[in-house]
Every structure is written in structure tokens, then in C-alpha cells.
Design a binder for this molecule. Sequence first.
Ligand code: SF4
Length: 221
Amino acid sequence: MDSPLDTFRTGRLRQAARALEQNNFEVHLAPDAEAARALVLDTLIPALVKDYGAKSAAFGGSMTLVHTGIYDGVKACPDLRVLDTYDTSLPQYERIQLRRQALLTDIFLTSANAITADGKLANLDGTGNRVAAITFGPKHVIVVAGRNKIVPDLNAAMYRIRDVAAPVNAMRLDRKTPCVKTMRCEDCSSPDRICNTWVITEKSYPKARIKVVLVNADLGF
Ligand code: SF4
């Protein structure tokens, strides 16, 4: 029998799923990270290859994709030409070029910084390639997000992103920003600032272009 906390979490996830569907997102629920990986690699991507002739894929920065194994799984997919935008061995110029090319791929995979209970995606980018691709360019977008990304509203989303996700990401990226010392956003003017472009996706356009996989586990920051 599920614990009250399990019931609560599942209920919250289903509510968010319904709200996202009302906003024209295609939504899938996964009970854990392994199920999310299987769903993306064994169902969603094969369907896009078979039904829409998808041939290429790329990634927007996301620890969720790495931790679920989706990143490695997509790279091993024989049906896709994969632009590895995470490859830090490449010179900076080539990495930027790959991010530009990623805007024209068939499938773009990423996560969201926050998802509101009324079904909107909230993202804050440093370079902007991730929010650009979510908005326009790739034919299909797959967003994988853990339950920890669900927040009540846009105010809560912006608080979560600026005061939790961004400082943690600045630490992960070894940025010389004040938040890595104060553990809070200082709205800095640092050259290393990673918070430059907000995008709120209120609805998927065209309908179902953006597919959201909501995972009943804490993933990413
Ligand atoms: S604006 Fe600057 S201080 Fe604030 S979270 Fe972003 S990088 Fe850190």
C-alpha cells in the first residue's frame, strides 16, 4: 500500500500532467528514472523515427538527462545522427557551432528548470541555446523533469530557479559568481553570470511539439 506521501506526490504529478495537457503539451508519466529512460529510448524516440522520419538529435544542458542515462542512450541510438553538445573536449568555437546546428535537429532533448502547477514551463538560460530550441527550431522537443521541478506558480518558479537551481548550476560549472559563496542569487554583473534569458512556455505550439515526461523522482537541480 502506498504511503500518504507517495499518494500525495503521485496526485501532484497527475494534476500537473492534466494542466500541461490542457496547454497542448503531450505528457507522459514515469514512476522512476529507469522508467523515464525506457519511455524515451524505447517508445518516444522510435515513434518519432518511424512516424515522422526523425534522423537527428541534440541536447540542451540538463543533469536530468545525464543522471537518467537518457543522454548516453540517445548517443548510442543507431537511427539518429546525434550532435553531442555536451562534449567538453571540443574547442569552444566548435561547441558553439554545434549548439547552432542543434537548433535544426529533428529531436531536441532537455529538462525544465521549473513546471508550474497550471502547466507552464519556466527556464532561465546562460547562453540561450536551450530556450531557443524549446521555443522554435527542432521539430520535436522532449522535456524530462523530476517531481522536484513542480512549483505552484510563476513566482515560485522564478524563486526556485534564481535562488536554488542557478547557484547550484554555477557551482557545478565552476563559475566565479557571487552566488557560489553566498548560496543565493545576488543578481550579479559577473562575466561568468549564467542567468541571461528567461523563457516561459505557456503552451506547446504546434500542439504536442513539446513532449513532457514527468518523473516521480527528484532529478536535477
Ligand atoms: S544572476 Fe549571478 S548571482 Fe544570481 S544566480 Fe545567476 S550567476 Fe548567480
